[in-house]
Design a protein around this ligand. Structure first.
Ligand code: HAM
Length: 437
């Protein structure tokens, strides 16, 4: 009987990163890292598995109730694969709170797991750049975090009209629900969850959910809808809002204008953010192309997370930028550069008797910092050239019978379609000069 073979398919909602995909991933990460480092952020990492309690505390029902990958470990502990990084960074910061010079500027690019229905912009495993700033209560923290977020997209070549930053404040919703609509806190919580998923459900479903949650408040849907489309200048007419909250928002927008981001940022009270830890400004960044509806970034200020671990308080502000939505954005706007193997030199082997000679040239090139693909099997030139072409190599360094006799090499430049014979040293110098161009 024939043995049944295993499937080569990867687990639903995950990606295999073949070398071509890895090149893209490394490119995304290298641009992200360059920009965040230019703002003085330092890289950290944490474990992929944490205690489930860490997420139960404040990650929010949608993730903890439905999407988390949790299990009991062999020691009987309830653990989870990280669905987000914020609780981990808060735990790590809290564990060294007294030793860390403030403000604390940290970043990480973890892979995160959520049991989602995979679709455009949504997978079960994604990588997420997390940038967090701790210890600054002034909205200068928001100015830095938002301009850093924009700078990352600019560094990828994005234009000013290709994305929009949408900002709101947690207090707005809280005050409007509590004072404006006279909701109990459990009802406020339920209604914010409905608003958080408003874009994912039909209008009829939305209305029916709100009416079911607050049946004693029949005019609520209309008032909420009015609130959701309000501009900053309308806020004084929204019932329940405190003047202090309105000023907090107007002050931030004034400063965003002053630092040159005014044209990129909208006040948008429909930004809700489904996490329980946010306490201040909240924001999301969206692609302006209708092809990509999911947010590129999500973030905000959280004042109480460190308090889960310590009696000290420390305010944090930060965001997560997902690699799936970012890649969709870059592809939609034609911003992905071609990432080739161009810089690798190929040394073909035409006669196995010459292997050691070729090997010694490879060593000299590698010692000079040049990547080399050295052929290990002697084959006809045509076959080796077609391999080099498929791999996208620009340089082919050849030493056949003739060159050996003359103590020269031939250097083929596949980009400019030229071939030159010279000493090995001259060929090395030429490649080095071209690589630094
Ligand atoms: P989040 O809004 O859940 O926030 O995720 C941030 C970004 O990660 C989203 O805008 C999206 O680009 C990406 N993302 C999230 N889930 C998925 C998924 N299933 N598939 C693909 N991409 C996804 C947080 O996680 C917060 N902890 C961010 C944060 C950091 N807040 C403060 N600091």
């Amino acid at each position: 009987m024939k043995e049944k073979k295993l499937t080569t398919e990867n687990y639903k909602g995950t990606r295999d990163f073949f070398p071509a995909d890895m090149k893209i991933r490394n490119y995304l990460f290298s641009v992200m890292k360059k920009v965040v480092r230019s703002y003085g952020y330092e890289e950290y990492d944490g474990p992929m598995i944490e205690s489930l309690d860490l997420y139960r505390a404040k990650t929010g029902e949608e993730i903890v109730g439905k999407q988390i990958y949790n299990f009991i470990d062999k020691g009987g502990r309830e653990v989870a694969i990280r669905p987000e990084m914020t609780p981990t960074v808060a735990r790590m910061v809290a564990s060294k709170l007294r030793d860390l010079p403030r403000p604390i500027r940290w970043f990480s690019i973890p892979n995160l797991w959520r049991y989602e229905q995979p679709g455009h912009g949504r997978l079960r495993e994604h990588w997420q750049l997390n940038v967090d700033l701790f210890g600054v209560t002034h909205h200068y923290a928001e100015l830095e975090i938002l301009s850093l977020a924009c700078d990352i997209l600019f560094a990828f070549g994005a234009s000013r009209d290709s994305f929009r930053v949408k900002v709101s404040h947690r207090a707005l919703l809280d005050e409007f629900f509590k004072e404006g609509l006279a909701l109990r806190s459990d009802q406020s919580h339920e209604v914010s969850k409905i608003l958080d998923k408003k874009n994912k459900i039909t209008n009829e479903e939305y209305i029916s959910l709100v009416n079911k949650t607050i049946p004693e408040n029949p005019g609520a849907v209309e008032k909420i809808n009015q609130f959701l489309i309000s501009k900053i200048s309308d806020l004084s007419n929204i019932p329940g809002l405190k003047q202090e909250t309105i000023s907090t928002l107007t002050d931030l927008f004034k400063d965003l204008e002053s630092i040159g981001l005014g044209d990129m940022v909208d006040f948008d009270p429909s930004v809700v953010r489904g996490f329980d830890y946010y306490t201040g400004f909240i924001f999301e960044i969206f692609d302006t192309s209708p092809a990509n509806k999911r947010s590129l970034y999500g973030g905000g200020r959280y004042d109480n997370l460190i308090g889960l671990f310590s009696n000290d308080e420390l305010s944090g502000t930060g965001f997560g930028l997902g690699d799936v939505t970012l890649l969709n954005f870059l592809q939609t706007h034609n911003l992905l550069p071609s990432l080739s193997n161009e810089n690798t030199v190929f040394i073909p082997l035409l006669d196995s008797a010459h292997f050691l000679l070729c090997q010694s040239m490879a060593t000299k090139l590698r010692n000079a910092g040049i990547a080399v693909d050295l052929s290990l099997t002697s084959q006809k030139m045509g076959k080796q050239l077609s391999y080099a072409e498929k791999k996208g190599y620009r340089w082919i360094l050849l030493q056949g019978e003739e060159e050996i006799a003359k103590k020269t090499v031939s250097l083929k430049d596949m980009l400019n379609r030229t071939q030159e014979e010279s000493s090995f040293e001259n060929a090395l110098e030429k490649i080095s000069i071209e690589l630094t161009k």
